[in-house]
Write a protein that binds this ligand. Structure first.
Ligand SMILES: C[S@@+](CC[C@H](N)C(=O)[O-])C[C@H]1O[C@@H](n2cnc3c(N)ncnc32)[C@H](O)[C@@H]1O
Length: 273
């Protein structure tokens, strides 16, 4: 029988493959990043403000562009990701840029063992993270455990409603139940950041979990965090539904002819103790 550990292991191999493609992709554009481009979006910069001098644990940091963008803003960042390839590239970019971010290769669920004695001012995670996590109760407990008293948790992420729709020849259609709680199996040769010219991925299979908003918020509350805000937005940062969206002057993509749906959300929460 397939276990959750086996599913996560498939995902890890897929992310190792993806990282090699992402490193060369125009989507991540490493060259402009090395020249100074900030990969953070206005949303998280506005909602978090000036964090310089604070310590930050960045969960699922991929190959570190966002971690290093925070580091450029004076934050003392520790980025964690379970892909060895992603951590290798993050460390090499850190060295190239002469920054002092630290990158740790660990499963999110193994952070208590990987970083046993540390607590942080901020725990941060963003965009494309929750679908890789089978258990949000445990995730939220680890976040609480890793925050100093008064410390801040922040997530900006694709909205769970948005993930239940797909574009079918320019028409938006529901594709999964909002309440789906089994891992969904996907198989693909490419990644969201492919330029279309790369060889197919060696490890094509991923397993992804869908989490309704109620479960996300309840996991954080039950872990003992105090929610400061839950914001929902009718736009996202890329053309999620090809043929159904327009890019506005502010750079965000919105639905063109459909009634608005929530496409992104952000949560800020505090460790009260
Ligand atoms: C979409 S990326 C993160 C997005 C990031 N904002 C970016 O665009 O660079 C998702 C990351 O989660 C990592 N990941 C998935 N499951 C994980 C787990 N169980 N523990 C740690 N990292 C995990 C993957 O390796 C990948 O780097």
């Amino acid at each position: 029988m397939r276990t959750m550990e086996m599913e996560k292991n498939e995902n890890r191999k897929n992310w190792d493959d993806r990282t090699k493609i992402h490193e060369k992709s125009s989507f991540y554009d490493v060259q402009s990043f090395l020249k100074g481009r900030c990969s953070l979006l206005p949303l998280e910069k506005q909602e978090l403000g000036d964090l310089s001098g604070r310590t930050m644990l960045h969960l699922q940091c991929h190959f570190g562009q966002d971690s290093l963008s925070w580091a450029r803003r004076g934050v003392k960042v520790t980025g964690v990701d379970f892909s060895e390839e992603a951590i290798r590239l993050a460390r090499s970019l850190n060295d190239d840029l002469g920054l002092d971010a630290r990158f740790v290769c660990s499963d999110v669920y193994a952070i208590p063992e990987a970083l046993p004695d540390e607590r942080f001012d901020v725990v941060y995670t963003s965009y494309g993270v929750l679908c890789w996590l089978p258990d949000l109760t445990q995730w939220a407990r680890i976040i609480r455990q890793k925050l100093k008293p008064g410390g801040l948790f922040y997530i900006a992420e694709q909205h769970p409603v948005a993930d239940r729709y797909e574009a079918d020849e320019g028409v938006l259609r529901p594709c999964y139940s909002y309440f789906e709680d089994k891992a969904l199996r996907f198989e693909s040769d490419t990644t969201y950041a492919s330029d279309g010219t790369e060889p197919p991925l060696n490890h094509k299979v991923t397993y992804e979990w869908q989490h309704p908003m109620g479960k996300i918020v309840t996991a954080l509350i039950e872990a003992g965090l105090r929610i400061v805000h839950l914001h929902e937005f009718p736009y996202c940062m890329y053309e999620k539904y090809p043929g159904c969206m327009v890019r506005d002057e502010d750079g965000w993509w919105r639905l063109r002819d459909e009634p608005a749906l929530p496409l992104l959300f952000s949560i800020k929460a505090v460790n009260p103790e």
